[in-house]
Design a protein. Sequence first.
Lengths: 545, 315
Amino acid sequence: MHHMAVRPPVDDERTTLFSLRQLAYTYPDGTPGLRSIDLDIFPGDRVALVGQNGSGKSTLIRHLNGLFLAQAGRCSYQGELITEAMVQGLRQKVGILFQDPDDHLFCNTLYDDVAFGPRNQGRRPEEVERLVHHWLGEVELDQVMYKPAHHLSYGQKKRAALAAILAMEPEVLILDEPTANLDPRQEAVFRRLLEQFTGALIAIDHDLLFLYGLCERAVVLAQGQVHHDYSFQQLAAEPQALCEHGLDFTFRFTCCGQHYHHDQYHHHHHGTHEHEVAGAHLHGESQQTDPIIELQHYWYSYPDTTPGVSNINLSLFPGDTLALIGENGAGKSTLAHCLLGLHRPEKNEGFYLLEGRPLARQDYRQLWRRVGMVFQNAADQLFSPSCREEVAFGPEQLGLSKTEVRRRVEQALELVGLSGYAKRPPLHMSGGERKRLAIAATLSLEPEVLILDEPTASLDPRSEELLLQILADLPITKILVTHDLFFVRQLCARTVVLHQGRIIRDYATHEFLADEHLQVVNGLDYTYKNSCYQEIQALQGISLR
Amino acid sequence: MNFDQAHVIVLNGVQTMSLFSCLFLPFFCALVAWLLKAEESTSAGQKTEPDWSSPVLDRHGQGSSLFHTWAPSIKIATLLIAAFVIVSLHTLAWALTALFCCALCVELTGMSWTRPLRRLAALGGFLGMLVVIVPLTSPVQSGETVLVLPGLPEWPYSLAGAHLALTIVCKAMAVALLMEPMLATSSLPQTLQGFTDLGLPASLNQMILLCHRYIFVFQEEMRRMQRSMRVRGFVPRTNIATLRTMGSGFGMLFIRSFERTERVYEAMLSRGYQGSFPAEVRQKITNMDLVKGVLFIMIAAILLAGDRLLPLILF
């Protein structure tokens, strides 16, 4: 029998901010969302709402903002039942930040996006002006105040969305995955603003280390019910409860640290050019094998002239496990796309060598047979009506026989633990399952190199652990583009650090993990999370690894 | 074909080339536009990020010209009337005058000519075909002058037809040029607000604004999906398999777009949306706006009067 620990309901609803009694919700297609929720949230509470994907967290927060109304049971705010008639007033006091910032930024400029809420609150134009300037300044976006959202980077959009909510000066702030895909520097902006926020805070995040520093109370949801409701420290101190709910994040992480320097001199494995400066090419260490892929002085700029990567010298050897890390916008994904041959430089702006031979334009199709990539948003990669068709797509394009296609599909699905999912529509799968399906779709091409862009983004801890196991067992060359140092440490022997489109370090992962001053250069400040991690370990009575 | 009643001029090769050089003005414009585009992309590396900390009217339209400072509703109404007047002109001379006036308007905006020329280039193909086909297919009237091109005795080139075609070309180019001062000298929301003030339903205004915002998101999603297909070996061909794949892709995109609309709507509701966008401070209509409006209407009236009355006076 699963042990449940919930707080007894409070009798006087007037002292509470939100009071939920036997709240239940079922989606129109019959999927149960919430079942018998009893929960009280008080003014000033800082609540972490945690649970696996599909546990009902998003459904619950939609009730708190009046987007969903109670089908059964009751849900009240400051003693008043949330009904159709009062939701307008409620929404002006309860701000909610959804996961995808593009959903929040629907106006033509950031200014209008941030002004949207205060204007709806009926504030005077001068006050709206003040709020917009203040909050865009707080999220360090005042220099792009009149820029359209589609010209912003992901991190900027995320911060702008937060500013749009905070400009309404809400009494309650609800956050759904606020830090997904953000680098530590941008995460720090979120943390600073959320720590300053004086109202009630309700946050959903799979990054429990982020929540640990922010929330005092943890509400664990499972299958639409509240299973635990106690202090975050209590939750963190109970490894069993964490495991039962797939939230065990204590298998994670980290640490950091040396001064950065940029090598002026470099080594190439294959001669393609000479430099004017004598001795610019160093003699490299002798390798037993030649690199599969070698980039030499590789430059790429986007069509709108935004610089992507600059002067990249990188060799990838068979069996390498490489991590590409750096702050948001450092050029990690761009470099991954260069390795995949999607971003090709202008003439004379670098060399791409595949097994020592410069890659010609007509060779790229061959390259994609040998290098596969799982993109950041798995949904982008999935377009077929069933898992079988999705995984079979690549092999079918290669013109393989039906028997071979079937063999590859079965093998790939089995590798990622999705045997038996062949007929399932990808659309109906969870985030973690979709990610694994995207990996299977790539693996069915039997690539020699697998590139994974932010593989852990938006995955719950159980899905992360499963993914870690799958990747660890894959006997091929792997490149991880990630902010997740735990995955870097567990999976990668080599780490390449990018900053402003350039490789600033390329060394063994154990050297990277000891690089204490790296954060000064590029904002990779993981020490905060490291201290959270150590505190949690102390709570659990575990000696530091 | 019988053109006994017509005045027939048989052209030699040089005359034919000279004629077509004049008639293919739109193609020439297209070429210029293409060259400008090439120039733009070569010098792209020298561009710097614009200053986004102050309001930007339009990517090409930061300025203080008489069009930039004109209240959008009056500007749109006036220039729309002017456009209708230009379309109603009959004579080539006045159509050319209108074209000159519109070119002057573009110049007065102080904006780059790249975009207007590109717009003309887009029209170039259609207008070029008009210049070729209308004179060759016009019925020959009695007393009309026709040109017989070398090697094409059966296809007389009607000068009346060429006159008509060139008049249409000039009018089309004039209206195309007028779009620039009318639509590109205010931001999209301001322009749409101007249309709303003129009677366009507010909901349509909002829909256009949201479309403009999310078209980039959907474009990006489509690009990413196509990229995923490409790196898994997909090559579009004219076969059923390609159609099926494209169908699946578009179907998935549609579902995701639908899901996004729901999420955006929820985000709007959660920030107090009650069915209409909160009003910004609108640009007030000043006397100067009205004076500008009257001035442009007068110019349009002169064009129309000249077009209609001058032939009557002269002939």
